[in-house]
Write a protein that binds this ligand. Structure first.
Ligand code: MRU
Length: 355
């Protein structure tokens, strides 16, 4: 794993969670485990490094891990075509399986890896490993570019639901760090901020891994968007005070009936929003829709290491052996969702997403 650059102080330059320059022979990511302290870019060249980066949340957020998985497979395919053409098929199939399985809840990862894998299966029996690898790179590039475009469309559609001067609450990080573009839940915020609409954000800290504090607060501050950080337990009283006009969250998987898997704690925010009469909006690209799964009951929720809850930055915050429950995501029932905003537009209940 090559560490390319380190800066201590964030600037306002745009941040890209994943980059894919033409001719790149590595998966380039921002190491999000180092934020907000340092902005470090990694160049990952091996399958174990790529899988580790996804599992340890160096790259994270549903669209970003989809894009990263796609680029990873394309990079590995090109190397296999060059170095081991005889074992190309077996190598690519096992890399695709490992990448696909790195995290189970966000549908984007399997969707993107499968797309790139399939792109390498075409061309008939005469296609060489090099031709197949080129088709896989083209597909990964398309996935990357589509994600950038989808974020922009989500921003435009989402902004139609908000008014200048509003204050919104968000949970976890569904911003530029979670996509190849300007984010999903944060996309309308960036869109409105760019046109001077005076939008303000309350960001839930998001226990246990603090994506709201470490990442959302960091990227919004860096962009000059007014942001106020809350610990998760504060959202109820802030909503009751009348300070929140809308909730905007991302999603890891949206089932046919509109149930939404997203970062643990999202369901609690949705219940609070309903209690306080605040609209609860879910923003996600179409790559996050999973019409094959009828409802949230069938979503595989990733369970993570107990030490994520028992300690913080290596310091114990609980008895060493205490039993811990640590699901990474929860499911918000469609009945609590005011609208789902995708790159295709604004969808109101009842939701019926078909393939
Ligand atoms: O575990 P993470 O940090 O990958 O979880 C991320 C989330 O839950 C995001 O809200 C979701 O992936 C949407 S990102 C546009």
């Amino acid at each position: 794993m090559l560490s390319l650059s380190t800066t201590d102080v964030p600037s306002r330059a745009p941040v890209s969670a994943v980059t894919f320059a033409s001719g790149a022979r590595a998966l380039h990511i921002v190491d999000q485990t180092r934020l907000p302290g340092a902005l470090v870019e990694l160049a990952l060249t091996t399958l174990p490094e790529m899988v580790e980066a996804i599992q340890s949340l160096r790259v994270r957020g549903a669209p970003a891990i989809g894009v990263a998985g796609a680029i990873a497979l394309a990079v590995l395919a090109e190397r296999a075509a060059l170095e081991n053409p005889a074992t190309f098929h077996a190598e690519i199939a096992s890399a695709a399986a490992a990448l696909r399985a790195a995290r189970p809840t966000a549908v984007n990862l399997a969707w993107a890896v499968d797309r790139v894998f399939e792109a390498g299966q075409g061309g008939g029996g005469d296609a060489t490993p090099a031709t197949r690898a080129r088709a896989m790179r083209d597909e990964a590039t398309a996935i990357f570019e589509d994600d950038v475009a989808m974020c922009a469309h989500i921003g435009a559609h989402g902004a139609t639901l908000l008014r200048p001067g509003m204050t919104v609450l968000t949970h976890c990080n569904a911003g530029a760090l979670a996509t190849a573009g300007i984010g999903t839940a944060l996309a309308p915020i960036y869109t409105m901020h760019a046109r001077g609409d005076g939008i303000r954000v309350f960001a839930n800290e998001t226990r246990p891994l603090l994506q709201g504090a470490r990442l959302t607060a960091w990227e919004l501050e860096r962009a000059g968007v007014p942001v106020t950080l809350l610990t998760d337990g504060m959202a109820a009283s802030v909503m009751r005070s009348g300070a929140i006009d809308a909730v905007l969250v991302g999603a890891d998987r949206i089932t046919a009936n509109g149930d939404v898997a997203n970062k643990i704690g999202t369901y609690a925010v949705a219940v609070l929003a309903r209690h306080h009469g605040i609209p609860f909006y879910v923003l996600a690209p179409t790559s996050t829709l999973d019409p094959q799964t009828p409802n949230g009951g069938s979503i595989h929720i990733e369970m993570r290491d107990a030490d994520e809850v028992r300690s913080l930055a290596g310091v114990a915050t609980a008895p060493r052996g205490v039993t811990v429950h640590n699901p990474a995501f929860d499911v918000t029932p469609a009945s609590l969702v005011t609208a789902i905003i995708t790159d295709q537009g604004v969808f109101h209940p009842p939701f019926h997403f078909a393939s």
